[in-house]
Design a protein around this ligand. Structure first.
Ligand code: ADP
Ligand code: MG
Length: 560
């Protein structure tokens, strides 16, 4: 009865957990700083790598911000945003993933004292947005175009960009070797947007230097039957037939039923089957193709049949590889062997089955449309090759971006220092509190050169003072951290170049993320939706994890 006199307003379900106000905002900022601390030391050519191993015993060694953030499996709702921007930076531009996380966290860190002092987050957000817009405009002004250069010059410029990306990676020691390989690969595929036209094949063993580029397609020899060894393994200008059908004697389906009235009829059924496959094989041979590839199985009968006629065949070719063979050789994948006309056959200059390390590779080179390239990566440990592949992916993306947008900015913290200076100058012209906020944004940008110094073991304060002085003098716009001597150097002259999009995208995404986190002042944890999710995940994992795995579904996504 008493409760009727004093009605209680129940808005949220029992068990709902809310946290709000300044305390919540500060705790979000702290979480983001903690996340950034996890990747902080990987930045730059002297950055360290992280070894992440999961409960399944998979080990990954990586220097790539996005990869590490993904593997960390962050559960804090606000800090997850940082993982998201790292991922989006990775898919948008391919590089600068550590940069974007560091910037976002630093923007927040600089905002923290203001929030603690009671500044309304919206004032901060507004100033940060203005500062970011100005910074982006300034980058566009400062960026140097590489448009209108000859192909050779362009190649050189592009490989400088690729080398800068690679210099912070495990394979940085061989950056020139790989940079020119990447540039060749990207130029080979021309303006085609499909990234998967550049294949990367990993073959453990050998040294990094044994890696090579095939201007065409290469893939591992597929499973083969007896008779395969009699087939020729090298052709000059062969015709190539690509199929998506089985060339195999089919075993009867389990539920097939055939009624025979006369035992002699049995033979005719067996014969019919053989006739069908012989007819198919015959048509393949008649087409004039010397190489037959199929996405589906090519059985022992077919293998022997082709071997007798000096034809090379491979079954169960991965779809991706088959597509690349099609793109490179101009062949069209057939779903029937009836009416194979010359137009659907592809060709290339040389086909060869070659030994690479312990594996045999089918290599198609000198392809007419030339729009594919395959990098065969060699190296010691598996983890090493995996990381090398990720690094090459970054470099490939960077070269493609640079080719498209063709503007570059000086790296090594030079561009960051220059924008920082510019914003500080601008801040001085503003009356009011936003002067402080824009200054905070400018100061946050210095995190890049500072971290580069820290990671290399230099005195960051010393180097930063030198850089500030140089940039303020008005003629040091290209000066950044000299990673070799611990002083400062003209990044442009040293060819430490980055495509402008990397910086533009990083500053943009980091500002957005910081503003997003600043605009949140309440977190509500709804018990119902969480347990429902957990249950669904637990059901999906029934028998594997049980209750212990609750709420873990959907996360732990791996990159690639
Ligand atoms: P991200 O994941 O953000 O790309 P990296 O570990 O690749 O992080 O580091 C990139 C940073 O390292 C960039 O700011 C770039 O300018 C800098 N950098 C790369 N090579 C050099 C170099 N040779 N000297 C100085 N700075 C470099
Ligand atoms: Mg990088």
């Amino acid at each position: 009865m008493a409760s009727m006199l004093q009605p209680q307003i129940i808005l949220l379900k029992e068990g709902t957990d809310t946290a709000q106000g300044k305390g919540q905002l500060i705790s979000n900022i702290n979480a983001c700083t903690a996340v950034a601390d996890a990747v902080r030391t990987t930045l730059g050519p002297r950055g360290m790598d992280k070894l992440v191993h999961d409960e399944k015993g998979n080990t990954t060694i990586s220097n790539d911000g996005a990869t590490i953030m993904n593997l960390l499996d962050i559960v804090h709702p606000a800090a997850k945003i940082l993982a998201d921007i790292a991922r989006s930076q990775d898919s948008e531009v391919g590089d600068g993933t550590t940069t974007v996380v560091l910037l976002a966290a630093e923007f927040l860190k600089e905002a923290k004292p203001f929030v603690e002092d009671g500044v309304h987050p919206h004032n901060l957000i507004r100033s940060y947005r203005t500062a970011s817009t100005m910074a982006l405009k300034k980058i566009e002004e400062l960026a140097v175009s590489i448009e209108g250069k000859s192909l050779d010059e362009k190649k050189q410029l592009l490989s400088k960009c690729a080398a800068t990306t690679l210099s912070s990676k495990l394979i940085g020691g061989e950056k020139e070797f790989f940079a020119s390989m990447v540039v060749d690969a990207v130029i080979a595929i021309g303006n085609d947007d499909r990234l998967n036209l550049i294949g990367i094949k990993k073959v453990p063993g050998g040294t990094m230097r044994d890696s090579f580029l095939v201007k065409g397609v290469a893939f591992k020899k597929t499973f083969s039957y007896a008779g395969f060894e009699q087939q020729p393994k090298k052709f000059l200008s062969p015709k190539i037939l690509l199929l998506n059908i089985e060339l195999e004697l089919k075993s009867e389906k389990e539920n097939a039923e055939i009624r025979l009235s006369d035992p002699l009829q049995y033979q005719s059924i067996v014969d019919a089957e053989w006739n069908i496959i012989y007819d198919k094989l015959d048509k393949c041979v008649k087409s004039g193709a010397k190489i037959v590839l199929s996405r589906l199985a090519i059985g022992d009968l077919a293998t022997q049949y082709f071997a007798d006629r000096d034809i090379f065949c491979a079954g169960r070719v991965a779809e991706e590889d088959l597509k690349r063979v099609a793109a490179a050789t101009g062949a069209a994948v057939q779903t029937t062997v009836n009416n194979i006309i010359d137009e659907v056959l592809g060709s290339c200059e040389v086909f060869e089955e070659r030994q690479v390390g312990n594996e045999r590779f089918n290599i198609f080179s000198g392809c007419p449309s030339g729009q594919t390239a395959t990098i065969v990566l060699r190296g010691g440990a598996d983890q090493f090759i995996e990381e090398a592949e990720r690094s090459l992916h970054d470099a490939i993306m960077i070269v493609r971006r640079a080719m498209k947008n063709s503007t570059v900015v000086p790296g090594g913290g030079a561009i960051d220092m220059e924008i920082s200076k510019y914003l500080r100058q601008h801040a001085r012209t503003i009356a009011g509190k936003s002067q402080l906020f824009i200054n905070a944004f400018a100061k946050a940008l210095e995190v890049i050169p500072r971290q580069l110094c820290d990671n290399a073991g230099f005195d960051a304060t010393d180097v930063l003072n030198k850089l500030r002085q140089k940039h303020a003098s008005g003629e040091g716009a290209n000066y950044g951290v000299d990673i070799n001597t611990g002083g400062i150097a003209d990044s442009f002259a040293n060819f430490v170049w980055e495509p402008a999009v990397v910086k533009i995208n990083a500053i943009n995404a980091a500002t957005e993320a910081a503003c997003l986190i600043l605009s949140v002042d309440e977190t509500v944890k709804n018990p119902k939706s969480e347990s429902a999710q957990g249950e669904a995940a637990a059901n999906a994992m029934a028998g594997r994890g049980g209750p212990a795995m609750r709420g873990r579904g959907g996360r732990g996504m791996r990159r690639r």
